[in-house]
Design a protein around this ligand. Structure first.
Ligand SMILES: [Zn+2]
Length: 91
């Protein structure tokens, strides 16, 4: 991969991003959906529908170079319409 492509890559939070697992850990944790307990009794918070406010605030705080709008489009293309769907359907 060329340097140019790598730079463009880092603006999108995708499975290919070097910090993807850190992002998902934050989204699962207290900063995000706050997953608690073991299946089938797992609980978490999420506003549902197309709300990705937790993902957006984590990206703003921890990954300021990431392009939020393009990343949200990537999440939706990948089946992540709300915050918990990003965890369930992409991670
Ligand atoms: Zn959800």
């Amino acid at each position: 991969m060329s340097k140019h492509n790598r730079a463009r890559h880092d603006k999108l939070m995708t499975l290919e991003h070097s910090q993807w697992s850190r992002f998902i850990d934050l989204l699962r944790g207290k900063e995000g959906c706050d997953f608690q307990g073991e299946p089938p009794k797992t609980t978490w918070r999420c506003l549902g529908y197309e709300d990705k406010s937790l993902s957006k605030s984590i990206l703003l705080r921890f990954f300021p170079k990431v392009d939020i709008k393009s990343t949200m489009e990537y999440f939706e293309r990948s089946g992540g319409f709300c915050d918990c769907e990003v965890v369930f359907n992409i991670a």
